[in-house]
Design a protein around this ligand. Structure first.
Ligand SMILES: Cc1cc2nc3c(=O)[nH]c(=O)nc-3n(C[C@H](O)[C@H](O)[C@H](O)COP(=O)(O)OP(=O)(O)OC[C@H]3O[C@@H](n4cnc5c(N)ncnc54)[C@H](O)[C@@H]3O)c2cc1C
Length: 551
């Protein structure tokens, strides 16, 4: 076998192998799976999507909790691949709420008639590489088995919800939900005594949305986050027309910023500006919509401890100004990490919620929760009684959905075991020992650290071209080389080294307080920015995929 050369020997040609049921199987029908399906159908392949949920949407199908909405500008989040979709769809808010985003994805699926190629209510439990047939066997929870030449994962970066490690969860007599599993039917919160555990991006959205609708709200906070105002607003018809006329410009802007957003770091250098100038920029960013305050700041805020510390003080003062009770304000100011080294929750009325008489903040760093009880919960300090308990405890991010599938590769290699120390891959797109598997939005891919659709359109187009290359050249087996993987991971580690997030206890480093065992810090995302990632993908493709072995 010659590396990177299409096989010509008839013994490896596609027609001599047992034909699997499908050319391609995609797992997941979210933003990623939808677009991947669209692309593969254009190639006239026999492809199906397997989805655990009962309908399309992924993140936007599952997360129906009050306050669930974009942090990305809606018009920068939508797909860019179809002019018709851009022309026909109107966003009603700059940061759309979950129902609107779900409608958008349903609109795209209907427009391209994608549903007939999707199967719902099927959870993939196990996938096994069959070397003899050069195919994957896919075992579903309903007992069925499918086979496919290529397997593509579109299983989500935030799709494996985590419950807290607290005893007694089953004992509670009231209604209890993890935010990911918020019911489809409306929940009446009026006059209810509600407890919420978790103050990450989700908890912050929920708290801001329900504080004035419930009887009482008790917030259990383990560690505060640096939150920034979202400043959402409606989009009028005229404004939507104006946005539509600028789509080329918007997507060009997203393509040049590290995060794939319209926000990119300012050109000025932190240490070359006067403090008054810095404060003026920060006031402007604080009053502006979206992630500008995180991604449109001085680069040094995310890279240098001194710059970061000065900005932390600015943000801490904002919290002190907005929260009336100084002792509550102090509890809401993070002390264990700097601004922006963890995912920044965007908020609407979050800090003001704590000024309400019906809202109480409980610092479970000081008084930990001992257990959930039939009536509510008990901390080391007190008993609490609730009608509704909300678990806003987030996700086993990025690798969680992979770990929940038993991936068995060459020589019975398990992906879970291979990734135990660090989720090693090449370009975040493939893993040695797991042939014909493309891990769209896998760990260390650019998509997981960007305005998602901007990253995923890139990844899907790249993966599609790789499959096209294989099919056109009668290649039936593609596998990442261990050398390519090693080189890539070295680069990934170097990119982490540039940013303060390398020290964070967050999902960027694979940290989750609810894991049952301590894990070493891991490299979960590509921190080198979207333009650099795009260049890496393009170089690999134009060089004929030197990081892969083809047979
Ligand atoms: C509340 C919330 C808000 C967010 N806001 C933003 C934002 O503003 N901007 C942004 O860029 N990103 C945001 N994200 C990230 C968001 O996850 C991505 O933008 C995007 O929706 C991910 O799409 P996906 O298709 O890769 O994965 P998902 O949307 O997570 O879809 C994956 C699908 O795979 C299915 N699946 C997983 N495992 C299996 C299995 N074993 N068998 C069968 N099916 C399976 C799941 O059921 C799910 O439907 C947000 C995430 C959350 C949770």
């Amino acid at each position: 076998m010659v590396e990177n050369a299409p096989a010509t020997a008839s013994s490896t040609a596609a027609e001599t192998l047992a034909r699997p049921d499908h050319d391609v199987v995609i797992i997941g029908a979210g933003v990623c799976g939808i677009y991947q399906l669209y692309r593969l159908l254009q190639m006239d392949l026999n492809v199906t999507v397997l989805e655990a949920g009962e309908d399309v949407g992924g993140t936007w199908y599952w997360n129906r909790y009050p306050g669930a909405r974009f942090d990305s500008e809606s018009w920068s989040y939508g797909y860019s691949f179809s002019q018709e979709v851009l022309d026909e769809w109107s966003w009603s808010e700059h940061f759309a709420a979950q129902p609107e985003t779900l409608s958008y994805l349903q609109f795209v699926v209907d427009k391209f008639d994608l549903k007939p190629h999707m199967q719902f209510g099927c959870t993939v439990d196990r996938v096994v590489w069959n070397e003899g047939d050069r195919a994957w066997s896919i075992h579903l929870a309903d007992g069925r088995t499918l086979t496919t030449r290529f397997l593509l994962t579109a299983i989500g970066l935030l799709s494996a919800p985590m419950m807290p490690r607290i005893e007694g969860v089953e004992d509670f007599n009231g209604q209890a939900f993890h935010t990911y599993h918020w019911p489809k039917e409306p929940i009446d919160l009026t006059d209810k005594r509600v407890g919420i555990i978790g103050t990450g991006a989700t908890g912050v959205q929920v708290i801001g949305a329900i504080a004035d609708k419930v009887g009482s709200l008790t917030v259990f906070q383990r560690r505060p986050n640096w939150c920034a105002p979202l400043h959402n607003s409606k989009i009028s018809e005229e404004e939507m027309a104006e946005i539509r006329s600028r789509y080329d410009e918007i997507f060009a802007r997203c393509a040049e910023t590290p995060g794939g957003f319209v926000h990119g770091p300012v050109d000025e250098r932190f240490f070359e500006t006067e403090r008054a100038e810095r404060l003026a920029l920060w006031e402007e960013l604080y009053d502006s919509p979206g992630f500008g305050i995180w991604l449109g700041n001085y680069r040094e805020v995310l890279m240098d401890e001194t710059a970061n510390a000065e900005f932390n003080e600015f943000m801490a003062d904002k919290i002190r100004q907005r929260v009336k009770d100084p002792s509550v304000a102090e509890k809401l100011i993070p002390k264990d990490h700097g601004f922006g080294v963890q995912r920044v929750p965007m908020e609407t009325n979050y800090y003001e919620a704590y000024n309400r008489d019906n809202v109480e903040l409980v610092d479970i760093g000081e008084t930990p929760i001992e257990r959930i009880t039939a009536e509510g919960l008990r901390t080391t300090d007190r008993e609490f009684e609730f009608d509704i308990l909300i678990y806003a405890t987030g996700f086993d991010a990025i690798t969680g959905a992979f770990d929940r599938i038993d991936f068995v590769g060459v020589d019975d290699l398990k992906l879970r075991e291979k990734w135990d120390n660090d989720p090693i891959s090449y370009l975040g797109m493939g893993v040695s020992g797991f042939p014909n598997l493309i891990t769209l939005a896998g760990p260390t891919s650019g998509s997981v650290s960007t305005n998602f659709p901007r990253g995923i359109e890139l990844a899907v187009d790249w993966g599609t071209a790789l499959i096209r290359h294989a099919i056109d050249n009668d290649i039936t087996r593609i596998e990442v080389t261990p050398e390519a993987e090693e080189r890539w991971m070295e680069h990934v580690r170097d990119m982490y080294g540039m940013l303060l997030l390398r020290n964070a206890r967050s999902w960027f480093t694979g940290y989750n307080a609810n894991f049952t065992r301590e894990r070493r810090p891991r490299h979960m995302i590509y921190a080198g920015g979207n333009p650099r990632y795009r260049k890496k993908l393009a170089e690999e493709a134009s060089a004929g995929y030197p990081g892969f072995r083809f047979e």
